[in-house]
Design a binder for this molecule. Sequence first.
Ligand SMILES: [Zn+2]
Length: 221
Amino acid sequence: MHVTGGYLAAGVALSAGAGVLPDIDHPDSSMALSFGFLTNSFSWLVEHVSGGHRHLTHAILGVTLFTAGALAAGRYQLTGPHATFSHLAFSWHLVPAGLFITLLYASALRALKIGGHHGDLLAMAGAAVTIYTGADLIYVTQWHIPLLGLCTALGCAIHIIGDELTHAGCPLLYPVSEHEFHVLPRPVEITTGKIAETYVIFPFLALGLAAAVWHATGHRL
Ligand SMILES: [Zn+2]
């Protein structure tokens, strides 16, 4: 997508955070634990209004709502007074995007077990840098989709595909239908946190990442 430098770093961190966003419907998830009582009660609320764990937030409608929220926060940020690093002014227009990005960064760090509550501080600082440079609003495709919206959609979609590799599957059409969709045939489905995840999925992801970095830095695959 021809994203480079600081924008690439922001995109990776945002996508990683969005990659654990659908599990906001579970009180033990990385996202629910990131800001203690605040995120924990929010997650309890989401669990109760979204039909329970792995329901609305793991459906096409849920991903659409997350993405619409991200796009709306970005649009609101864009229509505010132009606050930059040379002009560090507070504006309410920065608040929704700032909170959302803090949550994504904090969850990404927590999911990777980096920093504990220091990771949350790092996430706040990172979010401040992101909104004051406007890195979350740059267009990354020819369809003019801002980075924040694209990363939210991408991260959530990858999460759901990941959950569909497991025994539980995901109810993609919820609330219209509770049918659980699966990607793999039953016998080879995985259980999260078990051998397959550690010794098969993780090495594949690491190899994929290495290949992507190799290719993105101008080498031939
Ligand atoms: Zn999930």
